[in-house]
Design a protein around this ligand. Sequence first.
Ligand SMILES: NC(=O)c1ccc[n+]([C@@H]2O[C@H](COP(=O)([O-])OP(=O)(O)OC[C@H]3O[C@@H](n4cnc5c(N)ncnc54)[C@H](OP(=O)(O)O)[C@@H]3O)[C@@H](O)[C@H]2O)c1
Length: 232
Amino acid sequence: MPTVLITGANRGLGLEFCRQYASLNWRVHATYRNLKAKEELDKLVSTHANITLHELDVSDFSAIDRLADYMSSENIDLLICNAGIFGREESNRFGTIDYTEWMDALVINAKAPVKLTEAFLPHLKRSERRIIVVMSSWLGSITDNKNGGFLIYRSSKAALNAAMKSLAIDLRKDEIGVLIMHPGWVRTDMGGPEAPVECIDSIAGMVSVIDNFRLDEDTGRFIDFEGKDVNW
Ligand SMILES: NC(=O)c1ccc[n+]([C@@H]2O[C@H](COP(=O)([O-])OP(=O)(O)OC[C@H]3O[C@@H](n4cnc5c(N)ncnc54)[C@H](OP(=O)(O)O)[C@@H]3O)[C@@H](O)[C@H]2O)c1
């Protein structure tokens, strides 16, 4: 039974990743940061014995190390760095930038996935599949930025992309793969009610892309939930 570790799993895309991998009989380690906001996850656990919950704020790098130590006997086939923040609309807008929030976004969206990769590298190395997936965004694309705005979010995802592209090259020797994914514009708290893609379809698409992952062909790709390349 393969094992997946998913961050930010209490709602949105992370919760649906849990639901689908648990239904596919994977062993699921799901993290949440807020004890008071995990009712849906608790409901899912009550019907799926293959899900284990862990409290984790991904901006607390010592907590990441502690979780990696606690899970030292586990192999991780698939690490999904999903937790992310957008930042408030006005904080993202030039003229009313919130620089503290910008730093938070860089820590949560760009640095934490690298820290998670460092901490869980031994667990990945011991596994069969050896794949790291990070939730990036089309908004992190510099080529496709035709509308401006969203400074905090765009820059944090562009930084994530640059770091993970390097890791894809650096970790190739260990036969560990990296996928940088755009989930589509998805109807979650972050995506909002106007988003055209349902969570269930985005995750089903990404599960299929991950399932078809081939190290030589795919590592380091920036790819969407339908398997199409996204411009850097
Ligand atoms: N929805 C979209 O259209 C879309 C498009 C492109 C990319 N993405 C990316 O996909 C990922 C998931 O997005 P979503 O739409 O599911 O967002 P969401 O509904 O806002 O959920 C975000 C998740 O991240 C968690 N999180 C935030 N900061 C955290 C921290 N410091 N430590 C641990 N967990 C933290 C949240 O936990 P709490 O409940 O505790 O806040 C929540 O579980 C994000 O990385 C996002 O940037 C989404």
